[in-house]
Design a protein around this ligand. Structure first.
Ligand SMILES: [Zn+2]
Length: 154
């Protein structure tokens, strides 16, 4: 799957295999939200972001309408990816919205702000993937933070 937002000029590329595994992981926590970190790399011309892996949080707090992950142990796992493929790093986060649409909540937006303001992350354009799902369908909402706004990929 390749997605683009004209204004942002950054395409996102993911593999169905990764997306399916996020959905499976997410659904196993029904009716609560669940999520994790996204790992990927940019193309040489910086126009495409390839999202390749996820890291699941070691500990988290979740309810039907909230998800808060801990970053414990994340650095170690990111280092492992980095050793294998030096271009790979933390590019954003994902979480589910069970029985709901993949529209960011106020909490989601403030969480993105916290990522931007975290100097350790050094991430200018984090990606947010929200997976809205019900018994009958799955809806992916890909967003990127660009110039103080969240843009949705179509
Ligand atoms: Zn949310």
């Amino acid at each position: 799957m390749i997605l683009k937002v004209e204004k942002v000029g950054l395409g996102i590329e993911t593999e169905d295999k990764l997306l399916n595994s996020l959905v499976e992981n997410g659904k196993s926590h029904y009716p609560n939200e669940f999520g994790g970190f996204l790992v990927g790399y940019y193309s040489d011309d910086n126009r495409y972001l390839h999202i390749t892996n996820t890291i699941l949080p070691k500990s988290f707090k979740a309810s039907k309408c909230s998800f808060e992950r801990s970053t414990k142990g994340i650095k170690k796992k990111l280092d492992t990816y980095y050793k294998e493929t030096p271009q790979k790093f933390y590019v954003g986060e994902w979480h589910t919205h069970p029985d709901n649409s993949p529209i960011p909540s106020m909490t989601d937006i403030s969480a993105i702000n916290a990522i931007i303001n975290n100097r350790n992350a050094c991430l200018a354009n984090p990606v947010l993937l929200i997976i809205g799902y019900s018994k009958t369908k799955v809806d992916f909402g890909f967003y990127v933070w660009f110039e103080n706004k969240l843009y949705r990929y179509e």
